[in-house]
Design a protein around this ligand. Structure first.
Ligand SMILES: [Zn+2]
Length: 205
């Protein structure tokens, strides 16, 4: 598992995490026809707020691996472009809005939590599948926070999706560095992070 993750990650870390700049498409869409789509919009560096944003390390390889192993469709940024390129526009262009989405990111700023979940502009009360994610987090003893003020999801895919289609179909999942860094914490990724996602995915089937 870890060797595969490291191999997959070579795509995203090349060119100082600008990814494969020769790739034709900015986003790679692996379509397994699932009801759920995983997204990793910051797998490489991206252009946010008129400047270059660092990649959310390891998220591209994790999403690719989890998607492939479970036959869950996934959309992953494969290269940096020096202009705004949004995954929400990709979803609209490809008419994929009639799916559920887990939008996977990484954070380092708030060490108190392992995972932060964002429900954007919608209230967490009754938000679809949120209870399942909370149950999985409890099972793996993950310290989790819903709608931390820094990670509510309003400015990401969650909020943009809600503004366009007005439905609670996206949840932003922010992962603390220590639970996604398969170079330094391979056992954590293997025993906790990957099984946590496998459990969540089962609830969407
Ligand atoms: Zn991010």
């Amino acid at each position: 598992m870890i060797e595969t993750l490291i191999k997959y990650n070579e795509i995203f870390v090349q060119n100082n995490s600008h990814g494969n700049t020769a790739n034709k498409n900015i986003f790679d869409f692996s379509n397994f026809g699932s009801n759920l789509i995983l997204t990793a919009p910051h797998a490489t560096r991206s252009f946010v707020g008129k400047k270059e944003k660092l990649a959310d390390a390891c998220t591209g390889a994790l999403v690719k691996y989890i998607g492939e192993q479970n036959r869950i469709s996934n959309i992953i940024r494969t290269k940096f472009v020096p202009h705004k390129a949004l995954i929400s526009d990709f979803i609209a262009e490809n008419k994929l809005q009639n799916h559920y989405f887990l939008d996977i990111h990484g954070f380092v700023a708030e060490p108190k939590y392992d995972v932060c979940l964002g429900t954007g502009y919608f209230s967490e009360e009754g938000y679809p599948y949120l209870d399942k994610i909370m149950a999985a987090a409890k099972k793996y003893n993950l310290k989790i926070k819903i709608n931390h003020h820094l990670y509510k999801g309003c400015i990401g895919l969650t909020g943009r999706y809600q503004k366009t289609w007005n439905e609670p179909r996206v949840i932003q999942i922010e992962l603390q560095k220590k639970i996604r860094d398969f170079y330094n914490n391979p056992e954590t990724v293997k025993q906790i992070t990957i099984p946590f996602f496998y459990d969540i995915i089962q609830s969407y089937k």
